[in-house]
Design a protein around this ligand. Structure first.
Ligand SMILES: NC(=O)C1=CN([C@@H]2O[C@H](COP(=O)(O)OP(=O)(O)OC[C@H]3O[C@@H](n4cnc5c(N)ncnc54)[C@H](O)[C@@H]3O)[C@@H](O)[C@H]2O)C=CC1
Ligand SMILES: O=C(O)/C=C/C=C(\O)C(=O)O
Length: 484
């Protein structure tokens, strides 16, 4: 009997209209059948969210809400292994990665935003106009309302909780649509929310493809949309909400650059780059896909990267020492491989990879791909400009700091960059020049959940993290009281 993954509405699992297949990317086997939400199901989810907002959840005090959210974090930790299994079956990622990144972050997200909500103050002013009167002004934050949460497949539980935790911490209710590729952890979270005592209707999940997502973004009773995924989808969502002028928060794609200066510690740089190029098989919006290397150390860095990429252990999630899993789907592998074909046509030299690896027969149906590095591409080449979202990167030499900064910033995206140098002055000079939301120096993906996270241009709208998330999930009401 194949597992059934149902929609979660008003505290209950609910059938959809027909099902679609959830495929395990490790071997192409059927992981589960997923119940599709049509308009009727989405309407029920939005109504449940609205009723919960108008009901007990909406009238709860912050300490009461905080207590429930802390129990959710506890319960996520108690059900860690179940969430881990769900996440791995949907994504095929290595167990160590899923443990230390995905599932770890689910409870960490709840803890961090709960702490922020518990300690948040108010913006307040004593206003003293020239006529000698004075007034007290303070801004209270009201929840946005029913929030549509639409998330992708690369870090399913991490990205979902990164949005749901601050939404709930600020008193909203949510209708979540996980990716059609990775519905399991979002569905299981419904059970966990109920076990933690979250009132029915606060957390709702509907399953389906983009058309189900569009039913949320065009729903007349949704008050805002938060989305992580491809830039083109962000653009479609922006159009969908434009008539109602809904607030949106978007974390979109990237074509992230790394700059390696001749004074970098090469061993540490190669290790750091290996991490930034190949984590989650390159399927993180923050992953590096363009590496600019100062000419005197170009050959050494390329050789170092080739060696470390060769050493990455490709394997199944639970196999001892696996560092590199499959891509999410055969369709996505076709997209990534298409860029490898294009790179070759455009004259690239393939340093390593660019191919579908030979895997044992039982894994031949999986979406495996090799870590891939190219040299010889022009900085302006299509492959160096478009987000591939796979374990691939182009390596390009540069001569001067100005040239490196210019090339790194010559992109429509603006998400993340990493500078590798031992020159502190240079680090301070170059880091703020990067046109990105996240500018790392001698590291990559170093996170503090209170810090602003997000990008500009095609990489997104707004910042999330700590109180920055609260700016999206709340509407301030400025109260002005004349005192004298
Ligand atoms: N963070 C990022 O930068 C990500 C980028 N990608 C890139 O996007 C490509 C496509 O992957 P997808 O999973 O299809 O990403 P996507 O952006 O199409 O999908 C993300 C989520 O949005 C939903 N969605 C799609 N169209 C929608 C619409 N019109 N209205 C509302 N919701 C909609 C999807 O069902 C999914 O839940 C990948 O090949 C990859 O290159 C994928 C995932 C994350
Ligand atoms: O919040 C994080 O740590 C990671 C975010 C990653 C994405 O937004 C992405 O890969 O899409």
């Amino acid at each position: 009997m194949v597992d059934q993954i149902r929609n979660f509405i008003n505290g209950e699992y609910v059938d959809g209209v027909g099902t679609f297949d959830d495929i395990n990317p490790v071997d192409g086997s059927l992981a589960a059948q997923v119940h599709t939400a049509d308009k009727g199901v989405v309407d029920r989810a939005v109504k449940a969210a609205r009723d919960a907002l108008n009901g007990p959840w909406g009238s709860m005090s912050t300490p009461e809400r905080v207590a429930i959210l802390r129990r959710i974090a506890d319960r996520i930790e108690e059900r860690f292994d179940d969430l881990l299994a769900a996440e791995i079956r949907d994504t095929g990622k290595p167990v160590e990665l899923a443990k230390t990144l995905d599932v770890y972050r689910a409870s960490a997200n709840f803890r961090s935003f709960t702490d922020t909500a518990a300690s948040a103050g108010l913006d307040a002013f004593i206003t003293e106009p020239a006529n000698g009167s004075n007034a007290l002004m303070y801004a209270v934050r009201k929840p946005l309302g029913v929030v549509g949460v639409i998330v992708p497949w690369n870090l399913p539980l991490l990205l979902l909780t990164w949005k749901v935790a601050p939404a709930l911490a600020t008193g909203n209710t949510v209708v979540v649509k996980p990716s059609e590729e990775t519905p399991a952890s979002a569905a299981l979270l419904g059970e966990i929310m109920a076990e933690a005592g979250l009132p029915d209707g606060v957390y709702n999940v509907v399953h389906g493809y983009g058309d189900t997502g569009a039913l949320i973004t065009t729903h007349p009773d949704v008050d805002g949309v938060t989305f992580t995924g491809e830039s083109k989808t962000g653009s479609a969502i922006q159009k969908a909400v434009s008539d109602r002028v809904l607030p949106v928060s978007f974390e979109l794609g990237g074509k992230n650059a790394a700059l390696v200066f001749e004074d970098a510690n090469i061993e540490e740089t190669v290790a750091g780059l290996t991490h930034s190029l190949f984590t989650n098989s390159g399927q993180v919006c923050l992953c590096t896909e363009r590496v600019y290397i100062q000419r005197p150390v170009f050959d050494e860095v390329v050789a170092g990267l080739k060696e470390s990429a060769q050493k990455l252990k490709i394997g199944t999630p639970y196999e001892e020492g696996t560092q590199f899993g499959p891509l999410i789907s055969a369709k996505h592998r076709e997209k990534v491989h298409g860029y490898a074909r294009l790179a070759k046509e455009h004259g690239a030299e393939t340093i390593i990879g660019g191919e579908i690896p030979d895997m044992p027969e039982e894994l031949a149906g999986g979406s495996w791909y090799t870590p891939t590095l190219w040299t010889g591409l022009e900085h302006t080449d299509q492959v160096m400009r478009e987000e591939v979202f796979g374990p691939v990167a182009g390596l390009i030499p540069f001569d001067t700091e100005e040239e490196a900064v210019r090339m790194a910033n010559d992109t429509e995206y603006g998400l993340a960059s990493a500078i590798w140098t031992t020159n502190l002055e240079r680090a301070h000079r170059v880091a703020p020049k990067m046109n990105v939301g996240l500018s790392w120096v001698n590291t990559w993906y170093l996170r503090d959940l209170r810090a602003p996270f997000g990008g500009s241009g095609l990489s997104g709208i707004g910042r999330e993290g700590g109180v920055h998330s609260f700016d999206f999930y709340t509407e301030p009401v400025n109260v002005a009281i004349k005192l004298a």
